[in-house]
Design a protein around this ligand. Structure first.
Ligand SMILES: [Zn+2]
Length: 424
């Protein structure tokens, strides 16, 4: 159930889609949409790809009785999503994996943008799209021991129907495969009438990054150059004493360097973690003192947020970071004027792993792989709120290393990716 409420909380903002934007809406659970037409907005997730957006934020009203429906729907069809992931094993080939999942090889190559179509490495994570279903079809997750004949009997259809609708070379089924079966009869409409589907405007919101980038060219970055297969891993909101050290251990194991954006108010008492980051060859950036939304602050307060953190970092390491990542990616024009004039570089991100709200590492990998490109700046978190579990972040980070290598990417620090100095 918590999964479900998280999905609602994290995704109940809807964006009216301006024609010029690159906004993509992913539906987290298509079953909600099918069961209750008009409801799906509340479970849709907005993804702003590498870009800014502008428009009016809309929140769909959520009638309480829909929650009951949603919980029932979640229990009835657990774990179905538009994508799943597969971690390649030694000796796996793309065509073999494709057959297991009932997909043509080309689909896997295209979905994962494999630069060398036949080449994958063990532990590389592949995105597996579920087959697209028509109105008379639904998906069935094959369990161990199930045969085509079992499914034909269970769904009251013919072997030929299953063979026609699915990509099943040799007619072989594999456990874990998602195949199309005839759709179940539509549930009867609730007798208490259709739900209200009114929209509530919760305020106008314009992310001002394009204007800011035009104002100070070369002082704001969302990503690096797209002409090299290089990406940067970034970890926000540390230091803490659990996950930041765990991520450092992991990066050390593989000899990978990353960039950590630290909160000043989390440094006192954890100076040893700050020192570890530097000693182990990573880069530190400034993520403000109190994680404030800088767009809402005066220039004087922005200066205070940045400089207090800088002093704490400098006191421990002697280094004054050039890179500043404003919390939520938010900055005012006057704040940026000061930041740029004072020699800082504002560095947001282009790929949001969604790690703080993800249910598991698989979902984090799906979030990343859908948006990954040469030059990507990937956002993770190395510390959360009190008691927040970021185990999935650590696991997904390890998954991502293998995946990036399998895709032929080089992992570099953010200053290297952007060709800017790390410290002043
Ligand atoms: Zn943050």
């Amino acid at each position: 159930m918590s999964r479900f409420f998280l999905a609602i909380l994290a995704t109940n903002y809807l964006q009216e889609k301006p024609a010029s934007s690159l906004i993509r809406i992913r539906v987290d659970n298509k079953y909600f949409r099918e069961i209750i037409p008009g409801f799906w907005h509340a479970s849709a997730k907005i993804t702003c790809r590498n870009d800014y957006f502008q428009g009016v934020m809309i929140m769909k009203k959520l009638p309480v009785f829909f929650l009951v429906f949603l919980i029932l729907a979640t229990m009835a069809v657990p774990g179905l999503a538009a994508y799943r992931v597969y971690r390649a094993q030694p000796l796996n080939t793309v065509s073999q994996i494709a057959i297991w999942y009932g997909l043509p090889s080309d689909t896997l190559v295209q979905t994962n943008r494999l630069p060398n179509p036949g080449f994958i490495i063990p532990r590389q994570v592949l995105l597996i799209p579920d087959p697209v279903t028509g109105p008379d079809e639904q998906l069935h997750l094959v369990k161990p021991g199930e045969t085509l004949q079992n499914l034909a009997d269970r769904y009251n259809t013919s072997l030929q129907w299953l063979l026609d609708r699915n990509y099943l070379p040799g007619g072989v089924l594999y456990a874990g495969q998602m195949i199309k079966v005839p759709a179940a009869p539509k549930p009867a409409a609730p007798s208490w009438g259709p739900a209200k589907t009114g929209n509530t405007t919760i305020g106008s919101y314009v992310w001002n990054i394009p204007a800011l980038m035009a104002r100070h060219p070369g002082r704001i970055f969302l990503n690096g150059p797209a002409n090299q297969r290089k990406v940067a891993l970034t970890f926000d909101d540390g230091p803490d004493t659990i996950y930041t050290p765990a991520i450092l251990d992991l990066l050390a194991k593989y000899g990978v360097k990353a960039t950590f954006f630290l909160r000043g108010d989390r440094i006192p008492g954890r100076e040893w973690v700050v020192q570890r980051i530097i000693n182990e060859g990573h880069i530190i950036g400034n993520h403000t003192q109190t994680h404030a939304n800088l767009r809402k602050l005066s220039v004087a307060r922005i200066q205070e947020e940045v400089l207090r953190t800088e002093e704490l970092i400098a006191a421990q390491t002697g280094l004054r970071p050039v890179l500043v990542r404003p919390p939520y990616g938010e900055m005012s024009e006057s704040g940026l004027d000061w930041l740029a004039g004072a020699g800082y570089v504002m560095t947001n991100w282009s790929v949001d792993s969604g790690d703080w709200r993800a249910e598991n590492a698989d979902q984090i990998m799906i979030n990343i792989l859908l948006d990954l490109n040469p030059g990507s700046v990937i956002l993770f978190h190395s510390a959360g709120g009190t008691g927040q579990d970021l185990t999935s972040t650590v696991k997904a980070t390890e998954d991502l290393l293998y995946t990036l290598w399998g895709l032929g990417y080089e992992i570099v620090t953010l200053p290297e990716l952007l060709s800017v100095p790390a410290y002043r």
